[in-house]
Design a protein around this ligand. Structure first.
Ligand code: FES
Ligand SMILES: [Fe+2]
Length: 395
């Protein structure tokens, strides 16, 4: 059980909040790159409680600017892009990708152009996504995790529905191993367990958790038949499970963008040439009506991701951790909270947090991807009650 202050510390993401300052030390995806085109050159982005506009100018440069124009606040989403940047639709103030004001129609106001800098954040295109960095200089690099940089395979992107709750709920879930055997016991195609309260929990001998210094909390699950599954929660907001990374980008305190990047290696290890943009798709809504919150909305429960969304969202827009009762089975969650708190404190002390990479030449980071892919190919051991073919895809 936490105090309200402790809960706020772990969950608030806005500018100036301790948690928001930690999250601003990392690069975050903000859009699918294929969706920013010459026909549709602007996209609204809300991330870490900030309203921004992503745009591609006619020279092909991509920028991320504060949404409200520095003149009198109209949205730059409706700006007109040109060779030099984006021009506000209202009176034509022109901005470049760095937030410099290049023109101030109807007059030329040099004083404003010299003294006003519009909020702008650096953007990188990487694995079919535009990524943004909202933190202080110097910028780190996007970490070269194997699943993101290996060249012997193909990637695709799935955008899940916007999650109507705080980002730390899916992350706690990713450090909560026992829920797999209980919550996900009844995915379609899988034979029901004998006891629905215990689900498939008795197939598991033990759960363990530890932190690795490259930036991950590793969950280990030892099954009674001797098989072992371990995969990383990559701090702070990525789950790598099987051949996928689930990236949970905080939109604000009560909404989270959930984008999945999957990697499929070639059978023979052959190298696949980089492509400009990756194939992508959107998952249909997980609840009805799609824009309502629990309890007005009814969550679907047919698939593992839908089941996860149900528990994440019904914990509340921000889970009330002042009213919880943790047990031994929640020790992964407790460890993750401690890691988050410690790293918030590291940032407050002027230090780099866990997993931050500054070396652009750092060798590929091994997340134990091959073993996870092999494990998923075989299917998780599920005892005698259900076959391997009915493997769940855990989160
Ligand atoms: S409000 Fe944007 S130019 Fe006036
Ligand atoms: Fe799950």
């Amino acid at each position: 059980m936490l105090t309200q202050e402790e809960n706020d510390l772990l969950t608030q993401v806005g500018p100036g909040t301790p948690g928001g300052e930690l999250l601003r030390r990392y690069w975050h995806p903000v859009a699918v790159s294929a969706e920013l085109t010459h026909e549709h050159p602007t996209r609204f982005v809300r991330i870490l409680g900030e309203d921004l506009v992503l745009f591609k100018d006619k020279s092909g440069r991509v920028g991320l600017l504060a949404d409200h124009c520095s003149h009198r606040g109209a949205s730059l989403l409706y700006g007109r892009v040109e060779e030099r940047g984006i021009s506000c639709a209202y009176h034509g103030w022109l901005y470049d990708c760095e937030g410099n004001i290049l023109e101030t129609p109807p007059e030329r106001n040099d004083a404003i152009m010299r003294s006003v800098k519009h909020t702008a954040y650096p953007v990188r295109k990487f694995i079919g996504l535009y990524w943004a960095y909202l933190g202080p200089s110097p910028m780190p690099v996007i970490p070269p995790y194997d699943i993101w940089v290996r060249k012997d395979g193909t990637r695709k992107i799935t955008v899940r529905p916007v999650l109507d709750c705080n980002w730390f709920q899916p992350m706690e879930n990713s450090a909560d191993s026992p829920h797999l055997e209980i919550l996900h016991q009844a995915v379609s195609g899988r034979e029901a367990p004998a006891n629905t309260t215990r689900g498939f929990i008795d197939d598991v001998e033990s759960y363990d958790y530890h932190v690795e210094e490259w930036g991950a909390l590793i969950k280990t699950r030892v099954y009674k038949n001797g098989e072992v599954d371990h995969h990383p929660l990559i701090f702070p907001n990525v789950l790598r499970v099987g051949n996928r990374t689930q990236i949970r980008v905080p939109i604000d305190d009560t909404h989270t963008w959930h984008v999945v990047v999957a990697f499929t290696p070639t059978e023979d290890g052959s190298i696949v040439e980089d492509v400009e943009d990756l194939p992508f798709s959107y998952d249909p809504p997980y609840k009805d009506p799609p824009d309502a919150r629990y309890p007005s909305a009814r969550n679907k429960m047919d698939t593992v991701p839908q089941q996860d969304y149900m528990v994440w969202e019904t914990q509340g827009a921000v889970a009330n951790r002042t009213a919880e009762h943790l047990s031994f089975g929640d020790r992964g969650v407790v460890l993750l909270r401690n890691v988050l708190r410690e790293n918030i404190e590291r940032v407050q002390a002027g230090l780099d947090p866990l997993g931050l990479v500054r070396d652009p030449d750092l060798a590929m980071i091994d997340t134990n991807l091959d073993e996870s892919i092999e494990m998923e190919r075989r299917g998780r051991p599920v005892g005698s009650r259900a076959g391997r073919a009915a493997n769940t895809r855990d989160t």
